[in-house]
Design a protein around this ligand. Structure first.
Ligand code: FAD
Ligand code: DLZ
Ligand code: SF4
Length: 511
């Protein structure tokens, strides 16, 4: 008999650990355990989502005639850890081998590599083949390259899977249509609502459990409307393709007050736990283009996120771990401000993005990058604290995707292995791409003084403070030329404003 362990982000019928399952003999083990639910104190909605999706997946497997042992969180016998639960199952059954698909996080992979010794029987860790590029293939692509740029990786993937290709050339003649994808928000946009599933009895049970056992975790548990089965996730995907994909490209970088969903797909949480596969999402978008239902800039932009960015950041993660986790190129050390938890700030952009994160366990990419991340970068917040926050607050967060986005894309903590320059921006960028500034106590047009937008002086303080490390970056040349032209008075004003702002933060004053 074989014991097949399935983790909370492995909810795919095609999972490698299930490939040769013997319905008459093998046992499938799934368990809700304290260790996984609390190694970071995940958002309440994320725990509810993962547990409910796990329970639904387990009942689908049972309906197919497989023998499933499902351990609920509040089972009095629950050992609290994956290894503990495997041991408990081994004591009850005559198991010859444990089979598991390779986990998505380094810490768990390290742990599992010792299980055979700890358990005294063979533990087979199979490749997770739900990704479009294996870790080995990525390492081969990376070998000998000075710079690992996503764009070149993405082109290889387009060729490999023949996506948006026409006789070896990219459809439309260009690989990338990003230049058409940076429209500021227009007024009067009619943005379709996101997919909303009605919680069923399983989800209601799980929500009660989360309210009881995780009361001090961040975030709002209700309303809960995420898909928790593959069928529901497919409906959510179709709804995106039909109603929002057309404008995905145009407004990909736009932010509108009280519009948390915009034209994004809201499928990362389903992709990352296995309810959807990357290729089916890509193919549905490509079909929409061929049927004339969505323009090329939107379809190519969406496909690039999944076929390009998603696979690329995973490749970087496995290539660079474990060193990547402790990188701090800019020696950033500031504590994470309280308003990342409370949303209690006068900076409207941050207030809006934190509030939406708290409500939905979701924020779209540009909110994560250019508001929440940009502030953390400019303020020099410790990468460990920022990574912990991002891992904890989003329903789609797993370290393989969260860490390269935060340490690489946002904080430049990896010194430029992922991004060629820091994504630092002043308030002007946020003002151009959102309508947040109109409702802000600060003036985005003011550069200095107590009423000036803090992003404005923090931006220049960031440039000046990190001169030793960034001046040599060819893409930062223009910034340093501008800094060089600044008079002494202006530089002093920036320093004074920054000092005043950080003092207020340290005194726990509302900033
Ligand atoms: P859409 O905007 O509709 O994009 C479609 C899909 O493309 C996403 O579902 C996702 O699977 C993929 N994708 C898009 N951008 C990226 C990216 N940069 N890296 C990897 N995949 C991408 N994504 C996560 O899945 N988990 C995370 O923990 C996570 N943390 C992030 C932290 C920061 C600081 C930043 C800047 C980005 C992070 N991202 C993360 C990437 C991206 O922001 C989310 O995938 C996206 O916002 C999810 O919403 P969506 O499904 O509506 O995506
Ligand atoms: C995210 C998560 C949570 C909250 N809880 C569980 C759990 O109780 N049991 C489980 O098997 N998996 C859970 N997961 C997903 C794991 O954390 C995930 O498999 C690892 O982080 C590896 O990616
Ligand atoms: Fe954010 Fe500055 Fe605009 Fe206020 S003025 S919303 S702080 S960018």
């Amino acid at each position: 008999m074989k014991l097949r362990l399935i983790l909370g982000d492995q909810l795919s019928p095609t999972l490698s650990s299930l490939a040769d399952v013997d319905a008459n003999d093998d046992i499938i083990l799934m368990c809700e355990v304290r260790e996984e639910a609390t190694y970071v104190k995940h958002h309440k909605k994320k725990i509810a989502f993962v547990f409910s999706a796990m329970r639904h997946f387990a009942s689908t497997l049972s309906e197919q005639g497989l023998k499933v042992t499902y351990v609920k969180y509040d089972d009095p016998q629950n050992a609290g850890s994956l290894l503990g639960e495997v041991k408990r199952a081994l004591a009850l059954h005559d198991v010859a081998e444990v089979i598991v698909t390779s986990p998505g996080e380094f810490r768990l992979q390290e742990d599992m590599s010792c299980w055979a010794v700890k358990l005294g029987l063979p533990v087979t860790i199979r490749e997770d083949d739900r990704f479009l590029c294996s870790a080995e293939e990525f390492a081969a692509w990376a070998k000998g390259r000075k710079q690992l740029r996503m764009e070149y990786f993405y082109r290889e993937m387009r060729r490999k899977y023949s996506i948006l290709m026409n006789h070896g050339e990219p459809v439309g003649g260009q690989w990338n249509y990003d230049a058409e994808n940076r429209k500021p928000p227009a007024s009067g946009l009619d943005i379709p609502d996101t997919f909303r599933a009605k919680p069923d009895a399983i989800t209601n049970d799980v929500m009660e459990l989360v309210a009881t056992h995780f009361p001090d975790h961040f975030g709002d548990l209700s309303p809960f409307h995420y898909a928790v089965t593959r069928d529901q996730a497919l409906v959510a995907l179709n709804q995106f393709i039909e109603k929002r994909l057309t404008h995905f490209g145009d407004y990909q970088d736009a932010m509108i007050q009280y519009e948390p969903w915009m034209y994004h797909s809201h499928i990362a949480l389903y992709l990352n736990c296995g309810l959807l596969t990357p290729l089916e999402c890509i193919e549905r978008a490509e079909n929409a283009y061929h049927k004339g239902l969505a323009p090329l800039n939107a379809v190519e932009g969406f496909i690039r996120q999944i076929l390009g960015w998603r696979e690329y950041v995973r490749g970087i993660y496995w290539l660079k771990m474990p060193e990547y986790k402790s990188e701090n190129f800019l020696s950033a050390q500031r504590a994470l401000p309280d308003f990342y938890w409370t949303a209690d700030t006068q900076m409207n952009c941050l207030r809006q993005c934190v509030s939406e994160t708290k409500q939905n366990a979701y924020a779209h990419h540009i909110q994560r990058l250019m508001v929440l991340g940009n502030f953390a970068l400019l303020a020099g917040i410790d990468p460990d604290a920022v990574n912990d926050w991002y891992m904890l607050v989003y329903a789609d967060a797993y370290e393989w995707v969260e860490l390269p986005n935060v340490s690489g894309m946002v904080l430049f903590a990896d010194g430029g292995q992922l991004a060629s320059k820091p994504y630092a921006a002043s308030g002007a960028y946020i003002n151009k791409m959102s309508n947040y500034c109109g409702g802000c106590k600060y003036k985005v047009s003011a550069k200095n003084g107590p009423t000036a937008c803090p992003f404005n002086y923090l931006y220049w303080d960031f440039i000046a403070r990190n001169e030793g490390k960034l001046r040599g970056n060819p893409r930062m040349g223009f910034m340093y030329k501008t800094l060089d032209r600044m008079g002494e008075e202006k530089r002093e004003a920036i320093k004074d404003d920054t000092r005043r702002f950080f003092n207020a933060l340290e005194q726990n004053e509302k900033v």
